[in-house]
Ligand binder design. Structure first.
Ligand code: 5GP
Ligand code: MG
Length: 194
């Protein structure tokens, strides 16, 4: 299957990804300039690609301690189930800590809201949020996101960590996927498209 059979258009190019990550890294560094330690919580799987690039760019292992949690509201399809599951549970005492929650995309806002509230219950000094992408929609859950990379249209997109049924995460760009690809049972392999 050729690339043009799968994607409608490239929504974010590789160059845009690189420059946006640099931009967020600079803002995050500036915001936490006077902080001693920041616990960065990355939401698997989608945000891992962005977070890897972000922390490579920030280049401050002493200050930023990175950990991962699994939070999912899509459960493999293309529409939110309205339910967010999180693992592992937060057992640690977070009193006084500065937390930065990182996700790939702010869509309905349900994931970020749920996760942010769970962290706030553990008594940290501060909780900030960072997403690489924000969908241009009226979010069901309005949240104040502290760091946003780029705005994207209201389409189902894949690439740079975002998947459709665990595919296309490795694409170096972000593209919207054609509806008939979503609905057809036959899924092309990554090697067919890149
Ligand atoms: P929310 O809870 O904001 O509705 O959705 C958050 C999660 O849904 C994101 O972390 C992401 O994993 C997934 N998601 C939302 N929109 C898209 C999309 O357009 N494409 C893909 N692949 N995942 C999405
Ligand atoms: Mg996610």
């Amino acid at each position: 299957m050729a690339k043009h059979d799968i994607f409608n258009e490239i929504v974010v190019s590789q160059q845009q990804i690189v420059s946006s990550v640099k931009d967020i890294a600079w803002k995050v560094k500036k915001t936490y300039a006077n902080s001693e330690k920041v616990l960065a919580v990355v939401m698997l799987m989608g945000a891992k690609w962005f977070a890897d690039d972000l922390f490579r760019q920030i280049d401050d292992d002493e200050k930023f301690q990175v950990c991962y949690i699994r939070a999912n509201s899509y459960q493999g399809g293309t529409e939110s189930t309205g339910r967010v599951t999180i693992s592992p549970d937060i057992k640690e005492n977070l009193t006084g800590k500065e937390i930065l929650i990182i996700d790939d995309i702010y869509d309905s806002g349900l994931t970020l809201k749920t996760v942010t509230e769970l962290f706030k219950e553990k008594g940290p000094a501060d909780v900030k949020t960072c997403v690489f992408l924000e969908k241009q929609i009226e979010h069901k859950e309005q949240i104040n996101v502290d760091f946003v990379g780029l705005n994207v249209p209201d389409e189902f997109i894949v690439g740079y960590g975002l998947d459709y049924k665990q595919m296309y995460r490795e694409l170096p760009f972000i593209a919207s996927i054609k509806k008939d690809v979503i609905h057809s049972g036959e899924l092309p392999c990554l090697e067919d498209v890149i």
